[in-house]
Design a protein around this ligand. Structure first.
Ligand code: SF4
Length: 365
């Protein structure tokens, strides 16, 4: 029965897709640039959250050449709030590569697409199948879930063996005549119908064949190997101000938020539960403060100490406070620091954590 089912699986899921798919803007036309943008924006992001960013990028950078020529600061600003900023930096680098190596025309082979910055096998398969009808299965979390449940893959889907088992099922069921529709169909089915929680089993076109439904394993499959432990970090940002200016710089560390703007940062070992001026002064004069930010005693006044902000990233939880300092005229910031007007933030891309603080400060919170 399974061999027969494998043959008709594609027809069933593609027909389901034609009837149920969402009308998304990049599905209205076959434009590899638009498909690429949508794929990158929607990584780790819900469609409703990603859509405004998609429209903003299409409007501000109508062609790949426009994106390649744009200032990275402007691109990061347009990306602000979406997180995983390396995606925006890679988009920019890949656009430059396309202009340099492919005369501004999006490459048409799987290998050339895979060689672009920030594009892995999944994204290369999605773009090449949808834009150029190339027969490459795109495997994301939705595809893993649907295949694991329907075909009974019980190995962890993020393990080497689980990935191989999914690959071998895909070899059997993949529709080489309609690769783009097949890839989109299975992903859309996972996103809308065979959802992680409360899938619509009673109305499912695969209810008769689904392994998970038959064996009462819908809530168990797919199995996943445990992820890396979440690390907690404690940040104390100094917000040095002098008259109507305050100082920011682009972050150069590779761990998070590279090239976004920030205030001087002191990383602490633990949370400051009830910080007061004495405690903050000890930190500013103590070992925890990087030498570049040691500030002369008596050269500043503490203007405010913010409440604690909690910010959750994939493998990190960050607890942060912001300390506003009014510096006297003896203060000289390091060479990479930019003096910006206190109320002017528009040209600077900040991580959401810092933007939230700035927004609260502007509202007088
Ligand atoms: S029967 Fe339920 S678990 Fe199986 S494919 Fe359909 S929605 Fe998913």
């Amino acid at each position: 029965m399974f061999a027969f089912f494998n043959m008709i699986f594609s027809t069933k899921i593609v027909n389901w897709y034609y009837k149920n798919k969402r009308e998304l803007p990049w599905r209205q036309e076959v434009n590899p640039y638009h498909i690429w943008l949508s794929e990158v924006i929607l990584q780790q992001t819900r469609v409703s959250q990603g859509l405004p960013y998609y429209f903003r990028f299409i409007k501000n950078y109508p062609t790949i050449s426009d994106l390649a020529q744009a200032d990275e600061k402007k691109i990061l600003k347009d990306w602000q709030g979406l997180g995983y900023y390396s995606r925006a930096r890679n988009l920019h680098s890949a656009a430059k590569t396309i202009v340099k190596k492919h005369k501004g025309i999006f490459p048409k082979t799987f290998q050339e697409i895979l060689e672009l910055e920030g594009i892995g096998p999944y994204t290369a398969a999605a773009i090449s199948s949808v834009a150029f009808n190339l027969p490459h299965p795109a495997v994301d979390g939705n595809v893993q879930r649907v295949i694991s449940r329907i075909f009974g893959i019980e190995s962890p889907v993020n393990s080497t063996i689980g990935k191989k088992e999914i690959e071998s099922v895909l070899e059997e069921i993949f529709d080489k005549k309609r690769p783009g529709d097949f890839n989109q169909a299975i992903m859309e089915f996972g996103a809308l119908h065979c959802k992680p929680q409360q899938p619509h089993c009673p109305t499912c076109p695969f209810a008769g064949e689904c392994f998970a439904l038959k064996h009462k394993k819908v809530n168990i499959l797919p199995v996943k190997e445990k992820k890396a432990k979440v690390k907690t970090r404690y940040f104390l940002y100094i917000v040095p101000q002098q008259g109507k200016k305050e100082f920011v710089a682009q972050r150069t560390e590779k761990d998070i938020w590279k090239n976004l703007f920030e205030f001087p940062l002191i990383e602490l070992d633990e949370s400051l539960l009830m910080p007061d001026e004495k405690m903050i002064k000890e930190i500013l004069q103590g070992k925890k403060c990087p030498p570049a930010w040691k500030i002369k005693k008596g050269s500043y006044k503490i203007k405010h100490i913010s409440s604690e902000y909690k910010h959750v990233l994939t493998h990190r939880i960050i607890y942060a406070r912001f300390v506003g300092l009014e510096m006297d005229q003896s203060f000289r910031p390091g060479k990479n620091w930019i003096a910006k007007p206190i109320h002017d933030h528009e040209q600077f891309a900040f991580p959401v954590l810092i933007q939230n603080y700035i927004d609260d400060r502007e509202k007088g919170k």
